[in-house]
Design a protein around this ligand. Structure first.
Ligand SMILES: [Zn+2]
Length: 222
């Protein structure tokens, strides 16, 4: 497990200060990785580096459903007993270290893989697009829409107070981030039904339109 200082985004952990970071800039970090010359030798399929090769083919099939991605490689690792302070978690994304650790079943891998990749997309999406997605969510609240497309977003949504929403509090911004990632997973994982997909059909369609309009055919920077 990494030094806690390095844990930028860990599902279930609060306190991410990066949600409104400038596009392509993580706490002053350069977008171009050190050792770029080495990384350039990797094929496109090398965008993700698998510690466990058995996940490679499954991930490749999932990635075909996403817009093209670009960026420096992200390491995909298995990990046993991942937890945050509220209990076990399925995965953690370490944005600065460019790695994702998984502790999930084979069945859940597609949904969780897309969710974690979406954290990298959200980070570099830029504020205009992030604020645009926030407006989609605000419209849902205004219409009294309940439900979400994953538990990560759902529990945060349930916990939000009107004041937190109005003030764009950390809790609100974390909710927006998790909602984006859960929506991406619903849209792109290939999983059509899941007990955690509780958002009604109308708002689902509106989110799908937002993704098509805003993210289109990519490429998406990660
Ligand atoms: Zn998440």
């Amino acid at each position: 497990m990494a030094n806690q200082q390095d844990v930028i985004r860990f599902d279930g952990v609060e306190g991410s200060g990066i949600i409104d970071a400038s596009p392509g800039n993580l706490n002053g970090e350069s977008a171009s990785p050190a050792g770029g010359a080495t990384l350039k030798r990797l094929a496109v399929s090398g965008l993700f580096l698998f510690d466990d090769p058995s996940r490679r083919a499954r991930a490749a099939a999932i990635l075909r459903r996403l817009p093209p991605l670009r960026g420096a490689p992200v390491r995909i690792q298995g990990a046993r007993g991942l937890r945050d302070r509220s209990g076990p978690v399925h995965a953690g994304s370490f944005l600065r270290e460019r790695r994702i650790a998984f502790d999930c079943t084979r069945d859940e891998f597609p949904r969780i893989f897309v969710h974690e990749v979406a954290h990298f997309v959200w980070l570099r999406l830029g504020n205009p697009a992030r604020w645009s997605y926030e407006r989609v969510l605000r419209a849902e609240f205004a219409a009294g829409v309940t439900g979400e497309l994953g538990w990560s977003a759902e529990w945060r949504k349930r916990a939000l107070s009107p004041r937190a929403r109005r003030a764009r509090s950390v809790a609100w911004r974390e909710y927006c981030c998790e909602s984006f990632c859960d929506t991406a997973a619903w849209l792109w994982s290939g999983i059509r039904r899941h007990a955690e997909f509780t958002l009604p059909a109308g708002p689902r369609a509106a989110r799908a339109r937002w993704f098509a309009r805003t993210l289109g055919r990519g490429p998406l920077s990660i």
